[in-house]
Design a protein. Structure first.
Length: 332
């Protein structure tokens, strides 16, 4: 249903409902004013206005959207004489916003809920707004409503946090290797693409492709469990030879990749390559067995932000194969 015709239909229904409430004494407020407030509140809850209020995105300016929505709801209920319902509105509003913005907004939602609840009761006590029930009961209802709202907000936030954790685990599983925990080939491509815009003549971005030499023999001789343990141990040894900001990735099988940023020269890249090759040649002790492997490492560098990530990957891959099938103990 289009929004404007739907809003008109909603206004007609709300006017009939509020008119009936007014006639039977359930609300002391004018049906016309109550209907206008309800229509305004519904209009502000529409996604188009929420995006406008949020600076173009539903997740932006969360506190502002929560404040406006809760203030509008509290104004409607207080004007109609139902100030004790303000916390109930807050639960409904927060449920939607927590779904959009995640568990991190639970504190803001709780604070705003408390403020609008207190403000509504203050307005009633100051005779600025009517109340359909005696003040002593209205205050008690508001207190219990606030306690229920805080509990509900906490539970909604816990549910949202669990959903976020599950989504994060899925994202991590899709972008990381299950054995070593390293970024996988797809994630390596994303990180390389994000690193290249900073490349310059004295700020090189380098990509290293690494293939373990002799890994198949270890796998065939000692079994896949030992082979997996070797991959984990090799990854840890590679990490030890890298700077904190360097990116180590596993491409699959016995192939790894390293993204180096901020390298001053190709010689410094060669030094890193030589260090990694030397480190991997040291023997590994795995489940009481001593195994030895080597590494063929090919490198490609970029010295301009215009460098293409795909081309850099191809160059590093070709360099690695050239090393693997060329003279021993060489790197390119």
């Amino acid at each position: 249903m289009p929004f404007v015709p739907g809003l008109i239909g909603y206004a007609a229904v709300m006017f009939l409902v509020t008119e009936w409430f007014y006639r039977v004494g359930l609300s002391p407020a004018s049906p016309k004013v109550t209907t206008a407030l309800l229509v305004l509140f519904l209009a502000l809850s529409h996604e188009r206005w929420q995006r406008l209020l949020g600076g173009g995105h539903l997740h932006n300016r969360l506190v502002l959207r929560l404040a406006v929505a809760n203030a509008g709801a509290a104004a409607i209920s207080t004007y109609a004489g139902w100030s004790f319902l303000a916390p109930g509105w807050a639960i409904l509003i927060a449920a939607v916003h927590l779904g959009w913005s995640g568990a991190r907004s639970r504190i803001e939602a709780g604070v705003i809920t408390a403020v609008v609840t207190v403000a509504a009761q203050v307005a009633v006590h100051a005779h600025l707004a009517p109340s359909v029930i005696p003040l002593k009961y209205a205050d008690g209802a508001a207190v219990w409503g606030l306690l229920l709202a805080v509990t509900a907000l906490h539970n909604i936030a816990v549910s949202a946090a669990r959903g976020e954790d599950a989504a994060e685990r899925l994202r991590h599983a899709a972008s990381h290797d299950g054995l070593t925990g390293l970024p996988n080939r797809t994630e390596m491509g994303r990180r390389l693409a994000s690193a290249l815009p900073a490349a310059g003549p004295e700020n090189l971005v380098a990509l290293l492709y690494i293939d373990l030499d002799g890994f198949k023999g270890v796998n065939d001789t000692h079994g896949h469990a030992t082979g997996d343990a070797l991959l984990v141990a090799a990854a840890e040894r590679f990490r030890e030879g890298l700077r904190p900001g360097d990116e180590l990735c596993r491409l699959g099988g016995d192939e790894f990749a390293v993204i180096l940023t901020g390298m001053p020269s190709t010689r410094s890249v060669d030094d890193v390559v030589a260090g990694l090759a030397e480190a991997i040649r040291r023997p590994f002790t795995l489940s009481g067995r001593t195994v030895r492997v080597g590494a063929s490492i090919g490198s490609a560098t970029a010295d301009t932000p215009a460098a293409d990530a795909t081309m850099l990957v191809e160059r590093a891959d070709l360099a690695m194969y050239a090393v693997k099938h060329g003279p021993a103990a060489t790197v390119r």
